[in-house]
Write a protein that binds this ligand. Sequence first.
Ligand SMILES: Nc1ncnc2c1ncn2[C@@H]1O[C@H](COP(=O)(O)OP(=O)(O)O)[C@@H](O)[C@H]1O
Ligand SMILES: [Mg+2]
Length: 282
Amino acid sequence: MPTAELPSATPPSTAVPAVDLRGVAVRYGPAKAPVTALEGVTLTVAEGEFVVLVGPSGCGKTTLLRVVAGFEHPTDGTAEVLGAVPSPGRGTGLVFQQPRLFPWRTVGGNLAFALARQGLARTERPARIMELLTLVGLPGFERRRTWELSGGQQQRVAIARALAGTPRLLLLDEPFAALDAITRERLQEELRTLADVTGTTVVFVTHSAEEAVLLGSRVLVMAAEPGRVAAELPIGLERGPHTEVAALRATPEFARLRGELNLALTSAAAGTGEEGQLPPAS
Ligand SMILES: Nc1ncnc2c1ncn2[C@@H]1O[C@H](COP(=O)(O)OP(=O)(O)O)[C@@H](O)[C@H]1O
Ligand SMILES: [Mg+2]
């Protein structure tokens, strides 16, 4: 059987990382009195990883995503995404806290606009729009007006739009922060499933420790002044593509990891912890 000769599904460890930042600093404002948004950020994200950045407001999470998306160039250090200098557009999909849809266009019209920008032929767009809407749980919504949709549905359309170009890397900046708890939970489950099914690499920003543990396969804890990565926590929660958030939250392992992450966040905020280490219990 030819299938028996297929290589293992595990990607080779020598693959180019999806994200590779080395000693990245970003400073805003005049050189004499700069605001240091990021300092000495070194991190790599392997293809297929689901990495969550968590930290308080102002610690540079958005700036870091903007560097990876190619909207911001490091003042110091180097940034590579999928083996090249990051540039907005192809290869990367972006989702923000607000859906930012065009209100004068239908749901399908919003997606068609994104597909046109990706260079997809007009005749191929309707089928792709149906596919994308099915992927985010909104089949048959193409003719709906965006203002007829709930916040959660709008954010689903924003995710579909980010997936329009079949990105290898999906960047999300606090995408569920404005949603009610139940909708948020459902979207968390769906995003996790979507990442598992498509194999897309995800970098997800949040200020919620709970959300970070629920979603990430690895969590990076950021601290402010200057914005930096202060600690890292691998998340070894057992989950399949359709594991429910509520079930995951009920496990002792989840409680343990959330406690550990809360400690790391407190220590990072106080600037007391050794880099990458938890403070001794006292
Ligand atoms: N365009 C800008 N000009 C000046 N300062 C900025 C700009 N963008 C962000 N900052 C500053 O950089 C720091 C990090 O901001 P940001 O990346 O938005 O943090 P976060 O997303 O974690 O809340 C903050 O002190 C913020 O005020
Ligand atoms: Mg932000």
